[in-house]
Design a protein around this ligand. Structure first.
Ligand code: GLP
Length: 252
């Protein structure tokens, strides 16, 4: 089941996405959240932090697993995903940091780290809601276009397109990590519900291709067409191609 919720602005989009999370937290305060980084979920995290501050929701009994982390960056590095999560959500809500999980970018043995993270995901007993952004090449987490859909956590060589896209956050292109740990597509798809967030015209083509094109590991996000429950929260800009080709599928 695919539901596309459209918003006029990025801020409104964040609020709509936050509604999907709060609905879950109210019905299941012990929910397991699969969390994502990138610019797409920032407004949602801002709204969740605001609501938690007001006492409208609580993360006290929530557990989280993040999708991915750059290899070589410490949790203190301001471009690490661990830092991003603290800065955008964990430090602003009542979540117990002990209940939050990310791959360890500094792990010395990558194979052991992937195994450890698989065990962490497994120990959650199922992800209730997995939040996702979408890369310009259709990646989800850091699952880049490939010949096959990945299953478990892996060490990923980032594509040039992803390195270029992410270089905007680093002082110099040479400082952008070229590898990352990422949960696999199989782990993402095991979630009960998936919330995909996309904003901006740059995502318009790939979003249409992912949601209405061929299901192929060359466009990793296309696998979402086979998921049991997917909600897409996107702004009008990111939906521009879908609004042209499949307007009947979009709900404002
Ligand atoms: C990054 C992350 C993805 C994210 C994507 C899109 O590479 N690994 O999880 O969804 O890029 O990022 P943004 O939301 O900034 O466009």
């Amino acid at each position: 089941m695919l539901k596309i919720i459209a918003s006029e602005t990025v801020k409104e989009n964040g609020q709509r996405a936050a509604e999907v999370v709060t609905e879950l937290l109210r019905s299941k305060p012990t929910a397991v959240l699969g969390l994502a980084t990138g610019s797409s979920p920032i407004e949602m995290y801002t709204e969740l932090a605001r609501m938690c501050d007001k006492g409208e929701i609580s993360f006290k009994n929530v557990k989280s697993v993040n999708l991915d982390e750059y290899v070589g960056l410490s949790p203190e590095h301001d471009q690490s995903y661990a830092y991003f999560m603290r800065n955008n959500l964990f430090d602003k809500v009542d979540i117990d940091l002990k209940n939050t999980n990310l791959p360890n970018g500094l792990a010395e043995d990558p194979v052991a780290e992937c195994k450890r993270y698989d065990a962490v995901v497994e120990s959650m007993g199922g992800i209730d809601l997995q939040v996702l952004g979408i890369g310009l090449n259709g990646h989800i987490g850091f699952n880049e276009p490939a010949d096959e859909f990945t299953e478990g956590t892996g060490l990923v060589e980032l594509t040039q397109s992803t390195i270029d896209a992410n270089s905007r956050f680093f002082a110099d292109k040479s400082l952008v990590p070229t590898k990352a740990f990422s949960m696999g597509v199989g782990q993402i798809m095991s979630a009960d519900k998936i919330l995909l967030i996309a904003t901006g015209t740059a995502k318009a083509q790939i979003l249409e291709k992912a949601l209405f094109g061929e299901v192929t590991p060359r466009v990793p996000a296309s696998v979402l067409q086979t998921a049991k429950d997917v909600v897409v929260c996107a702004d009008r800009a990111a939906l521009s191609v879908i609004l042209e080709k499949h307007p009947e599928c979009v709900k404002f």
